[in-house]
Write a protein of this length. Structure first.
Length: 245
């Protein structure tokens, strides 16, 4: 049940707070009194698209908040747990902020959520019926839900969704295990190849030190060649060489 509606800097409303009592209640007023603004605020709190022109002129952002008193049955509890919504007793508070750039943020019991979570939750809390509500009948994406409702298939549908999610989870687990086995096989192939290459290398004990020494010699190979060439010139080619005749 909707207990409280709070609006700040929304459309032409600077500040408004309405508390609702139990039972049937009606808001009346002449044209332009703001009835549509209240309905529009509820629509946004149910997940309708927010735009920057909804922010009151001169304000930084619009703030909409609704407080619901909900009887949490087992079905609602399961859905709320799936949506990761923190419960505050029987109270659910939905808040939506829309800034002057049209960017909105949504919170349920002070926890940030996306629009899809908001829509899923508010379907449990409130039914919005407008003058064009009948036009939903012409949209094919709504037909299956009407058919399920007419056939009273919600319970079976809930069980099907639960089993399908379980199936999807197990399928993803299977795929991850297959991928893990593939990676392990590839690693085994790599390690086997490396072991074979090391075996063919016929490595010896303390071979590393000799290889390092050889590398140093090779790194100085050009210098050694130049020095050797100069020595050869001095010994054999120069006029005052030490060559004996």
């Amino acid at each position: 049940m909707l207990k409280k509606l709070f609006i700040k800097d929304f459309a032409i409303v600077e500040h408004l707070e309405i508390e609702f009592d139990n039972g049937f209640q009606v808001l009346t007023g002449e044209t332009g009194a703001g009835k549509s603004i209240l309905v529009g605020a509820l629509g946004l709190l149910c997940g309708e698209r927010g735009q920057s022109d909804l922010v009151r002129s001169g304000a930084d952002k619009a703030i909409l908040e609704a407080e619901f008193n909900v009887q949490i049955d087992s079905k609602k509890k399961i859905i709320l747990e799936e949506l990761a919504v923190d419960l505050m007793g029987d109270i659910i508070i939905i808040r939506r902020d829309i800034n002057a750039k049209g960017v909105s943020r949504t919170f349920i019991n002070d926890s940030p959520v996306n629009i899809n979570v908001l829509k899923t939750l508010t379907e449990l809390l409130i039914d919005m019926h407008g003058q064009h509500q009948h036009q939903r009948l012409i949209h094919p994406e709504n037909h299956i839900s009407y058919l399920d409702a007419y056939g009273k298939m919600q319970t079976i549908l809930g069980k099907y969704k639960s089993k399908y999610e379980e199936y999807t989870s197990q399928k993803n687990l299977l795929y991850s295990l297959i991928e893990k086995r593939k990676r392990n096989y590839e690693k085994h192939e790599l390690y086997t190849f490396q072991v074979e290459e090391l075996s063919k290398a016929n490595l010896k004990e303390d071979e590393l030190e000799s290889l390092i020494s050889e590398r140093k010699i090779l790194e100085n190979n050009e210098i050694l060649y130049d020095v050797s060439n100069r020595v050869a010139v001095l010994l054999y080619s120069a006029e005052d060489s030490g060559t004996a005749y």
